[in-house]
Structures are given as structure tokens and as C-alpha cells.
Design a protein around this ligand. Structure first.
Ligand code: BJW
Ligand code: ZN
Length: 295
């Protein structure tokens, strides 16, 4: 059954069909239905740690073993997860519309796996499957590394459960996120090592707090958004829209004429600048709403 008010659906779809330049800004809520946790609120805890506190250069500097176990777990979960109907609906729209661009804060690889055209998908915060050297002066990077675990020391600790049954497999997968399960101490030498400089630790190719977003990504977006060009619509999907510069694209798009459509589970999670006349707020699970409004 539809959970979208028919009047809103009608006016949104009419605007969408007339729109020639469209942005989609994606956040963790898009992948929530695929079983991947969000950052803030419920689910934002990993063991006893706030996810946002592990996503920092300081945390990696202090305890690279802990941070790698967090990311190794997330790589594993993302590889097990499947794109949901919203990922597919966005990928289809991107293929159909010329003036379309997706700005994704997600690092889980689900949009690419749903077939989203790569030239219309900008990964603002990198990818769990990119890896780079943590030495500032070393330029080593690697993309599309799907090895799970990335090194043997990061294998999820096995318990006594029988690994041949699905239930046991599930229990095993979730083990390391449970704070009651002991986290193994990992010797630094057993963490991923840089093959180029031979002394740096490798780190996930994601953007942590205080770090710059990839320059090429920022430039591509700036070019697409060139000031004098009109933007008709920005869809803000499953994001708390609190992290900058990502959240700032809503206002930049608005300044170029865009109407804003928010798709979020929580009616309080709207862009910082609030809602304007002519905007839409579709409340609910993105995996259900996005395919419905893009139909
Ligand atoms: C559902 C749902 C369902 C749930 N259906 N919906 C200007 C002002 C103030 C501060 C700053 C500023 N400019 C820069 C800053 C500092 C900082 C920042 O923004 N801080 C704010 C928190 C205030 N920004 C940075 O540091 C950025 N870098 C930078 O600015 O560099 C320049 C610079 C350098 C040096 C000095 C100064 C400037 C980098 C930001 C990098 C963010 N990185 C992370 C981790 C990525 C790696 C990883 O995945 O581990 O990115 S943090 C985390 O937040 C992750 C996310 O992409 C990002 C956004 O989170 P998201 O996706 O919105 O998730 P949630 O959990 O917040 O929200 C989920 C939403 O879904 C909720 O609304 C739910 O209701 C909803 N939902 N289920 C629909 N089924
Ligand atoms: Zn290196």
C-alpha cells in the first residue's frame, strides 16, 4: 500500500517530468533497508564506540587495529548486503535522464552494484573498497579491493558454532560488532602494509572528519553546478544532512532555483536551512518511497 500522499506524489512527478537538471544527495538511510547501519541515532554505535568517533584520523592514529576492525567489519557487511529497490530506481533514473547527477555520501558500493552509471555518480566520502597509504607523503592508492578479510589478521573471530549452517554463519558475521565478544589485539605488523613505501600502514580510502573531499570529485561537481545554470530539483535521500560540505549542496542547488524533495524516515531530519514553499517531504523508508515516487 502507498504511504505517499497522492497530491504530493502528483505535484512531485509533474515537476520531475519537466526537470532537466536534477541532483540526488544520498546518505546512510538509503542503505538502511539493505541492513547497513546509519551513523547517527540508533545503530550509530559499534561495540561501545560512536561510529563518528571511529571515522577520524585521530582514532586511526591512536588505535589503527581498532579502526581497521571496524572497517573490516563494514566491508564484510557491505559485501553481504544487496542493493534495495531505491538503489535500482535511482540507477534507472540516472540512465534515463541526461542532466542527472548523484552525490553520494555512502561508501558501501551499493549504488554502483545497482548499475548506477559511474559518470553520474560522485562518491563524496570515498569507498570502503578503496585503500590508500596513511603516510601523507606516499601516493599509493588501490581501488576495487574486495578481498574479505583484507588481511588474515582481520578475519572475523570464529566461535564454536558450526560454520556449515546459515544460522551459525549469521551469528559469526555479527560477532565482532557485539561488545561482549572479545576483540582480538592485532599486531601492527599484521595490518595491511603499503607495498610502495614499505613503512606506511594502509588505511580505508574514505573521507574522515577534518579531511578534504577528493579534489576531482569536488571539481566535477563544481563544473556540473556552474553558477549560471539552473537546477530544477534536488532529492535529499536518507541523510541527516548535517555533515559539510555534502549538506551544503542543498543550499547551492536551491540558490540555482532547485526545489527540494526530502525522503527520510524521521520528519525532523530536514536540511539545515529548513523547508520552503514548493518543497516535498516524503516520510518513510527510502527503499519503499523512492521507487514509488520515481515510477
Ligand atoms: C532513513 C532510513 C530509511 C534512517 N529510509 N531514511 C561547516 C560547518 C560546521 C562544520 C563543518 C563545516 N564544514 C566542515 C565542517 C567539519 C565537518 C562537519 O561537517 N562536521 C559536522 C558534523 C558539523 N566536515 C568535515 O570534516 C569534512 N571535511 C572538510 O570539511 O574538509 C575541509 C576542511 C579540512 C580541514 C579543516 C577544515 C575544513 C569531511 C566530512 C567527512 C564525513 N565522513 C563520514 C565517514 C565516512 C567514512 C565511513 O563511512 O566510515 O561520512 S562521517 C559520516 O557522516 C559519513 C556519512 O557519509 C556522513 C553523513 O551521514 P549520513 O549519511 O547523513 O548518516 P546519518 O546517520 O547522519 O543519517 C541517516 C539518516 O537516514 C537520518 O536522517 C535517518 O532519519 C535516515 N534514515 N533509516 C529513509 N530506511
Ligand atoms: Zn606508502
Amino acid at each position: 500500500p502507498s504511504i505517499v500522499p497522492p497530491k504530493d506524489l502528483e505535484s512531485f512527478q509533474e515537476h520531475l517530468s519537466k526537470s532537466t537538471r536534477i541532483l540526488a544527495l544520498l546518505g546512510a538511510g538509503l542503505s538502511a533497508s539493505s541492513g547497513l547501519p546509519t551513523f547517527r541515532g540508533a545503530g550509530g554505535l559499534w561495540r561501545t564506540h560512536e561510529a563518528t568517533e571511529l571515522a577520524t584520523p585521530e582514532a586511526f592514529g591512536r588505535d589503527p587495529g581498532l579502526v581497521w576492525q571496524f572497517y573490516s567489519y563494514r566491508r564484510h557487511m557491505a559485501l553481504q548486503a544487496k542493493p534495495n529497490p531505491a538503489h535500482y530506481a535511482l540507477a534507472e533514473l540516472a540512465k534515463k535522464k541526461d542532466g542527472f547527477m548523484t552525490l553520494s555520501q555512502n561508501v558501501d558500493g551499493l549504488s554502483p552494484r545497482a548499475g548506477h552509471p559511474a559518470d553520474k555518480l560522485k562518491l563524496l566520502h570515498g569507498s570502503l573498497f578503496d585503500v590508500k597509504c596513511s603516510d601523507f607523503f606516499c601516493k599509493y592508492t588501490e581501488s576495487s579491493n574486495y578481498t574479505d578479510p583484507i588481511v588474515p589478521a582481520l578475519a572475523i573471530p570464529t566461535d564454536d558454532a558450526d560454520p556449515t549452517t546459515t544460522e551459525a554463519r549469521k551469528a559469526r558475521d555479527l560477532d565482532i560488532a557485539d561488545e561482549n565478544v572479545d576483540l582480538p589485539e592485532i599486531d601492527l605488523r599484521h595490518l595491511p602494509q603499503c607495498p610502495t613505501c614499505k613503512h606506511g600502514l594502509l588505511r580505508p580510502g574514505v573521507v574522515w572528519f577534518g579531511e578534504m573531499l577528493p579534489t576531482t570529485v569536488m571539481n566535477d561537481i563544481a563544473n556540473w553546478m556552474e553558477e549560471d545554470q539552473k537546477i530544477d530539483l534536488i532529492m535529499v535521500i536518507g541523510t541527516s544532512a548535517k555533515v559539510y560540505p555534502a549538506a551544503g549542496y542543498v543550499d547551492l542547488a536551491r540558490a540555482q532555483g532547485a526545489r527540494v524533495a526530502v525522503i527520510n524516515m524521521d520528519k525532523n531530519d530536514m536540511p539545515a536551512s529548513g523547508m520552503y514553499k514548493g518543497d516535498w517531504f516524503f516520510q518513510g523508508d527510502a527503499a519503499q518511497i523512492v521507487p514509488e515516487i520515481l515510477k
